[in-house]
Design a protein around this ligand. Structure first.
Ligand SMILES: CC(C)(COP(=O)(O)OP(=O)(O)OC[C@H]1O[C@@H](n2cnc3c(N)ncnc32)[C@H](O)[C@@H]1OP(=O)(O)O)[C@@H](O)C(=O)NCCC(=O)NCCS
Length: 171
């Protein structure tokens, strides 16, 4: 089970420009400045979709983490751009973000979620109930293709997310 941080982590879907800007700031800090996976910015065509959901994790007033999700069709959802600011890591924000994404996709009728996961995070996802498939190239680097079934998770994960003090299911 994920530890609680001193102050609760609150996950929510970004609903206005300020929240979306904060979401993109965290992504840029992690994927451009820290990891150098993308040059300049990490925006892609999915960010402009009508059905994309940009999620933020807050501790107090500060946005410390992000995840993005969108449907691929036929009940399959993709989760990506999972990022927690370096200073806020291993304090219990990443787990709630993943479970929030899973619960949100399930609540919207998804039956399976997929992710292209950096190999260093495979165990992190497995501990959250995900299953690893093969290794692949994604964003120019090796990743592990991972999946999670959503049908049963719809109930279990919403309960888990809502059980965390101060954590709410947005959207
Ligand atoms: C991966 C990431 C999102 C995890 O966020 P986090 O806030 O540190 O995660 P949590 O604190 O919720 O971790 C939950 C548990 O997983 C563990 N954990 C965290 N990262 C892990 C990893 N890479 N491998 C194995 N376990 C990990 C934590 O120690 C914690 O264990 P505990 O419950 O026994 O205390 C964060 O490290 C990150 O943003 N990394 C850089 C960007 C990145 O790699 N994004 C993902 C792309 S696939």
């Amino acid at each position: 089970m994920t530890r609680s941080v001193a102050r609760p982590v609150v996950c929510a879907i970004a609903t206005d420009e300020a929240e979306r800007a904060a979401h993109h700031r965290v992504r840029r800090t992690v994927f451009v400045d820290e990891q150098g996976i993308f040059a300049g910015d990490d925006l892609d065509s999915h960010d402009a979709r009508d059905d994309v959901l940009h999620v933020v994790a807050r501790v107090g007033e500060e946005v410390v983490g992000t995840v993005r999700l969108f449907p691929l069709g036929d009940g399959v959802w993709q989760g990506d751009r999972l990022a927690v600011l370096a200073a806020a890591r291993t304090a219990g924000a990443g787990g709630p973000l993943v479970r929030f994404a899973v619960a949100t996709a399930a609540a919207r009728g998804g039956r399976r979620m997929v992710a292209h996961v950096q190999p260093a995070n495979r165990r992190f996802f497995e501990r959250l109930g995900w299953t690893a498939g093969g290794t692949e190239e994604y964003a120019g680097r090796p990743h592990v293709f991972m999946t999670i079934e959503l049908v049963r998770r719809a109930r279990d994960d919403q309960t888990a997310v809502l059980d965390e003090p101060g954590t709410q299911l947005g959207g």
